[in-house]
Design a binder for this molecule. Structure first.
Ligand SMILES: C[S@@+](CC[C@H](N)C(=O)[O-])C[C@H]1O[C@@H](n2cnc3c(N)ncnc32)[C@H](O)[C@@H]1O
Length: 273
């Protein structure tokens, strides 16, 4: 795709811009992934970003090296239209190394990729075990032997309660995460993101989610059943309020709310073995 257009002007409170500022940390997440690939002796060149939304991670990836390519996969054409208008032009020549693909992640390009990322809990859209397992198996098939699949997850007893969290994200905007409901029988959770804007205005239900809250052991088992090995939990080892630092852990002290990463490897010879 050739990108010669200039980035178009964004409305001051574009919901995608606010979302990225509030919940995405491409530098930290790609830093963690790169460290894990290096430790595994794998190249860190070809990335697939599943549930990509506006493809911020993919763009950050291709910007960090001329040998890095990314495929951003999303079902919703609107988020990729946004990326074509606002993200790719700002990337310059690196935009040639980023491909936007409209697809269900279970039928996404096969690559092969060095890594597949599924972040911001988006895989929880699959509420049936068979559907989530089919997705995990498809992600494994898209990896080179030794390649890594990384997803994030949250938990703790607070994640099963109706709670509202507020956080200032600069320029007079407050990000509001509302956990509207959790069904203890099905673990179906309904969540919404709102933004409070300067002047008392509000972007209500800017994003909404209807997810199944999968537990860490369930995800761990499903990754194993889908054919991953060396499955590892990357746990935040810093106390609350300190910049997170993720390290592999087999056990952890209980907490009201936590966020972690799960990483699985496609079995087979690694690039250096
Ligand atoms: C929470 S957003 C994630 C955006 C971004 N990846 C992030 O880390 O913040 C979820 C995205 O997943 C997409 N999506 C939902 N179901 C999907 C599916 N089965 N296949 C591909 N994309 C899907 C939605 O269109 C939406 O853009």
């Amino acid at each position: 795709m050739t990108q010669t257009r200039k980035p178009s002007r964004l409305p001051a409170h574009d919901r995608h811009v606010l979302y990225e500022r509030a919940v995405q940390s491409p530098h930290a997440e790609l830093g963690l992934l790169t460290r894990l690939l290096r430790r595994a002796g794998q190249p860190a060149r070809r990335l697939r970003e599943d549930f990509s939304g506006t493809a911020l991670l993919s763009a950050s990836w291709v910007e960090t090296g001329p040998d890095r390519t990314a495929v951003a996969v999303d079902l919703d054409p609107a988020v990729h239209r946004w990326a074509i208008t606002h993200r790719l032009p700002a990337l310059g020549p690196a935009a040639k190394r980023l491909r936007l693909v409209r697809a269900d992640v279970r039928h996404a390009p096969r690559g092969p990729f060095d890594a597949v990322l599924a972040l911001n809990f988006s895989y929880q859209v699959f509420q049936e075990r068979a559907a989530l397992k089919a997705y995990f198996a498809a992600a494994r098939r898209a990896l080179v032997p030794g390649g890594l699949f990384m997803l994030d997850l949250f938990g703790g007893h607070l994640s099963q309660q109706a709670v509202t969290e507020r956080r200032r994200i600069g320029a007079g905007v407050t990000y509001v995460w509302e956990h509207e409901a959790c069904d203890p029988i099905t673990h179906r959770v309904r969540c919404a993101i709102h933004f409070e804007l300067p002047g008392g205005r509000r972007l209500t239900r800017a994003f909404t989610y209807d997810w199944r809250l999968w537990s860490l052991p369930e995800l761990n088992d499903l990754l194993a059943e889908a054919g991953f090995d060396r499955i590892e939990v990357q746990w935040d080892v810093e106390p609350p309020g300190v910049e997170p630092r993720y390290r592999p852990r087999r056990h952890a002290a209980n907490q009201g709310a936590w966020l972690a990463y799960l990483v699985g490897r496609r079995p087979g010879r690694t690039a250096r073995s």
